[in-house]
Ligand binder design. Structure first.
Ligand code: HEC
Length: 151
């Protein structure tokens, strides 16, 4: 059975599904089966968007559950000594540059992997979440901060 993978933004995806169904109906072919695989944590990468701390934090909460909570736990308490707590962490409450650098590069020789594959906006969101969740109140990190840290 041939399998075709098509990736589209959500708005285009719905229209594409309808189009495929209509094409199949018109040709008398068996109905297409479409599996929607959504990138649960996808956030808009519009460079002109002015993010507020609350918006970044809300988007970051989902990314945190998907990418970070397995080790650092939903409570941010981690599982010391293997996985450090982010709640109260010096890094998550410290200068944003050091925290961005760590999440971008990971830490060699430990389970803390590089998350450079996330977009600038996704990284800004998840880092902002960890800086402002639980007892942390360290302010936001913007997509532009991540962008410049990559260079
Ligand atoms: C597979 C487990 C694992 C996952 C998933 C993970 N981390 Fe980590 N993280 C670690 C480990 C282990 C360390 C400690 C590294 C060291 O020894 O310095 C760490 C350290 C950190 C620190 C520094 C904490 C401190 O005070 O020392 C931050 C911040 C951090 N991680 C953020 C994140 C974020 C954000 C994500 C998700 C995007 C994430 N981590 C996903 C295992 C993980």
């Amino acid at each position: 059975m041939p399998i075709v993978v098509v990736a589209k933004p959500p708005q285009e995806y719905a229209a594409w599904v309808e189009e495929q169904k209509a094409l199949a109906a018109a040709s008398g072919a068996a109905p297409v089966r479409v599996a929607a695989v959504t990138h649960a944590a996808a956030v808009s990468d519009d460079p002109n968007k002015k993010w507020t701390l609350d918006e970044l934090k809300a988007a970051g909460a989902k990314l945190y559950s998907a990418n970070c909570a397995p080790c650092h736990q939903p409570t941010g308490k981690g599982m010391p000594p293997s996985f450090p707590a982010l709640d109260g962490s010096k890094i998550a409450n410290g200068p944003k540059g050091a925290q961005i650098a760590l999440v971008l590069a990971g830490k060699q020789g430990t389970a803390m992997a590089s998350f450079a594959r996330l977009s600038d906006t996704e990284l800004a969101a998840v880092i902002t979440y960890t800086r402002n969740a639980w007892g942390n109140r360290a302010g936001e990190v913007l997509p532009a901060d991540v962008k410049s840290a990559r260079q």
